[in-house]
Design a binder for this molecule. Sequence first.
Ligand code: B12
Ligand code: SF4
Length: 489
Amino acid sequence: MEYMGLMCISGVLRQAGHTVEVFFDDQLNEDRFMRELSAFKPDAVLFSILSPSLQWSLRIGRRIKSEMTALTVYGNVHVITSPQIIEEEGVDIVCLGEGEDPMLELCAALDRGTDFSQIEGFWVKTANGIVRNKNRQELVDMEALPFHDREMYNKYGFFRHSHYLRVMAGRGCPFHCSFCTNPVLMDHFGGKRYIRKRTPESMIAEIEHTIARHPSKVKFLFFIDEVLWVKNDWLREFFQLYKERIGLPFTGNFRFGAIQEEDIKLLAEAGATGLIFATESGDEAQRKGLLNKPVSNEQIIKIAGWLHKYKISFSASAFFGLPGDTVDDHVRRLEFFRTINPTYLWTTFFQPYPGLALTKQEHVQQHLPAGKQFEVTLHHDMYLDLPDRQRLVNLKKFYFLCLKFPRLTPALVWLTKFNVPPLFTVLFGLHFTYYIFLFERVSLFQFLVHVRNFAVNPFLRKKQPLTTTGRSFTPPGPKSSKPLPVLNQ
Ligand code: B12
Ligand code: SF4
């Protein structure tokens, strides 16, 4: 997946005259990846880290520090919520917030050969210890930023051959769901000021620019904003323009809530084919209580009805791996999902990422397994140590099939008693393939890359010593007693 954050940072750095390149580790041959990186002779290597990629990034960071002279700079959500990773070996700098401005200052200092330890928004490891600068007060002005530097990804066939593009109209979401990092970011960045949408006109101009320059014909767009709907006025103005000037089929993330029938109608006219409406749970009490998403079943059923009326397919979602849930609870909730009849039902295991309101709750804390790392995929294992784990893990893999084939449900639920992971994985693969064609709109070329990554890589990777995937990190542990590296200041 291309990273919007890196594209934003690259855009400003290139405009300031720096040379930027992206390197994608397909995890087939780490030595080859390191050779390619080293041949570029970077002054700084930037990691954009979500929690599941932490261990990979630390391992690569350590190799960079031992094989090259580059600085390692870590940013993105995991770093914002756990800046103490600065104490890990291989990490030189962590970014406490938006990276555009501090990176500009860092690169300018590297060019001049001057001190970079005092840059606001960074914690910096120096020979004399860690310098913890304060976070920057100002958020970036999204209207003043250059367009996303998407072209840097085109060196890779996977992105060049893509017929669909991810675009982003803004940052942040005004809601406070307990399982989501968004409210944590809102608190971190000083409340609602973090929620910003581009002006409809400038967003449309960026989409036109991106489509015109993309090497493959763009057939589909995916708005990856946390929630595309924030205000009705913005939505209406934007999609009116979209309908007139872009008109390509698209999908995006929405929240069941204040959206009106006229908005759904406009979205359909503008080209919405498959929208993502998170339900999170088929149980209203769980959704409103534990998950802190105050959306009623009634609201969801009403909006789902409009989506069907205007022929927009949509996916719903169901959390697995929450404290208190049983197999029977999930089977009972199927009734609600059948009522709204989504095109796809996305299931995911809850991950207790750092800082989440839900992670802090006692009944989650008491089920946290010691030293467990976050997995990149949320589909195969339950993070929390909960009763009836095996059956719930099995059920999750074909929950969507239970939804679509009610008559098969009793037999499928009975099957969950047996421990035959390959069978369940095949069943999961069947409907996940349906999802990636329907919602992710992958091209055949991209599909083959996916097959290699998901089906072939795990076998090839067995040859790599998995013991080197990095050590586990226990936040906020005692300070490292190791001598700090001397940096090239
Ligand atoms: C779009 C999106 C996606 C997209 C694109 C991912 C991407 N990284 O661009 C897709 C659909 C692919 C995706 C996938 C996943 N996502 Co996601 N995603 C988002 C979302 C909605 C917006 C991210 C975004 O582009 N923001 C806009 C950009 C401009 O901001 P930014 O990324 O924060 O970057 C800025 C700063 O953080 C900083 N920065 C970022 N990187 C760096 C690097 C350096 C060196 C520096 C200095 C600064 C810096 O500067 C940037 C510019 O200001 C966020 C929600 C959120 N609020 O962040 C969730 C979110 C990041 N995703 C999340 C998760 C869990 C996932 C998945 C793990 C889910 C899964 N397993 O299926 C995968 C992981 C993919 C992977 N391989 O890592 C969680 C992360 C939680 C955590 N603690 O890590 C979030 C926060 C949502 C949530 N539920 O809470 N995601
Ligand atoms: S509505 Fe979506 S993005 Fe917003 S806080 Fe809830 S889960 Fe997160």
